[in-house]
Design a binder for this molecule. Structure first.
Ligand code: GLA
Length: 377
């Protein structure tokens, strides 16, 4: 519904011969959280909720948010908060002497922002994709992905590459098993017979998210350094995982030991999840989701009361066989695997329980696994 409304508005404005309308999806992550910036494994998938952008040649740069109804001209220092997701890409082009013909861009989203579904990456990737097309830069997707990752770091989050790889390369009904060491991926069919991947958005985003995220990423770098010195290898947690994951790591302090243990266990869970999905082994699959959440809660410590409550609800519900938080943490969404025939009862039950506890409803919706960035018109 929202998609159709946004698209018809965009089509009315961007109707010239060289106009472009693109769809940049959000993503879920089946498992493999906080592993991407540690050169590990993750298993995300693009979804049907998306950011839509219409772009046409214009006499000056004008970027307009349809949802907020405000604008930015690409240069003014006084700018809306969302402009940061465009500014990194513009800076890249200017610094690398890539010419940009002036354009008008309007964007609107069916993808909620702040829900841990990568709306910010969808904007940055979508924008770079549009610039690449409109200005005939001919940059291959792999390079565009690397540029998107750097551009997005302007927002302050020192993120990995999981979101951008899945947004550019997603495939309908498939997740991507990404090896973050070399950014390669394998498509894994994701349909689980009689089950529905379900997203529950807590509607909260605790302020901690950026600072705590960067803090974890820096601690992991520190651990990689200590391991490099101890084992006489490169500073890279993946090499440590491949070679020494059975070691006790006495040379790390207790907090570092817990973090590294989480990363190694989560890498194992991604590999085990692949087998569980291929074998349609829903019991193992559900357990891996719950174990992943437990690791994020008690070892990596990036969950919050709202996320833990939703996962706990799932554990007590006959309708759901597994659940975990997704993304950076401290708010955002949980992912549940729900029996198709019980979806309505689950949605009603979890909303009512959450409202009773926190005083407002979460958003519950079905995750439809979709293609990556596409040109719609
Ligand atoms: C955020 C980042 C990703 C990834 C996840 C945690 O979504 O953007 O790169 O690190 O957190 O898995």
């Amino acid at each position: 519904m929202i998609d159709r409304r946004i698209l018809s508005e965009l089509k009315a404005i961007h109707n010239q011969k060289d106009s472009l309308i693109i769809k940049a999806p959000g993503r879920i992550n089946i498992i493999g959280e906080h592993t991407d910036y540690n050169n590990g494994f993750c298993l995300p998938a693009a979804i049907d909720l998306a950011v839509f952008m219409g772009v046409s040649p214009n006499d000056s740069i004008r970027i307009h948010s349809m949802d907020r109804n405000d604008e930015w001209d690409g240069t003014n220092a006084i700018r809306p908060d969302w402009a940061v997701y465009f500014s990194g890409a513009l800076r890249f082009a200017r610094e690398n002497n890539f010419s940009i013909k002036p354009f008008r861009l309007d964007f609107g989203a069916s993808l909620p922002s702040g829900a841990g579904l990568s709306s910010s990456s969808a904007i940055t990737c979508g924008f770079l994709f549009a610039l690449n097309q409109m200005n005939a830069w001919n940059i291959p997707i792999e390079k565009l992905t690397r540029i998107a990752v750097k551009a997005e770091r302007e927002s302050g989050l020192e993120g990995g590459m999981m979101d951008q790889i899945s947004i550019f390369n997603g495939a309908k009904d498939h997740a991507l098993l990404i090896d973050c060491q070399n950014w390669s991926f394998e498509k894994i069919p994701m349909l689980i017979q009689n089950y529905q991947w379900t997203i529950v958005d807590t509607k909260v985003k605790h302020k901690l998210v950026d600072s705590e995220y960067n803090d974890r990423s820096r601690m992991c770098n520190q651990i990689a350094k200590k391991c490099a010195t101890h084992f006489g290898i490169e500073e890279n947690l993946r090499i440590v995982y491949d070679l020494y994951s059975d070691h006790l790591f006495d040379f790390l302090d207790p907090q570092e030991r817990v973090l590294v243990r989480y990363i190694f266990e989560e890498n194992d869970r991604v590999r085990d999840m692949k087998s569980a999905i291929i074998n349609q082994d829903t019991t193992s699959l559900g357990k891996l989701l719950y174990d992943g959440h437990e690791g994020l809660k008690s070892k990596y410590k990036v969950t919050c009361e709202e996320l833990d409550f939703l996962v706990q609800f799932s554990q007590n519900s006959y309708a759901s066989i597994g659940a975990r938080m997704m993304g950076g943490g401290f708010g955002g969404s949980t992912l549940h695997l729900v029996k198709e025939e019980n979806f309505d009862a689950f949605s009603f039950g979890i909303s009512a329980a959450y409202k009773q506890k926190f005083g407002f409803n979460p958003d519950v919706f079905k995750a439809q696994i979709s293609n990556g960035i596409e040109i719609v018109v």
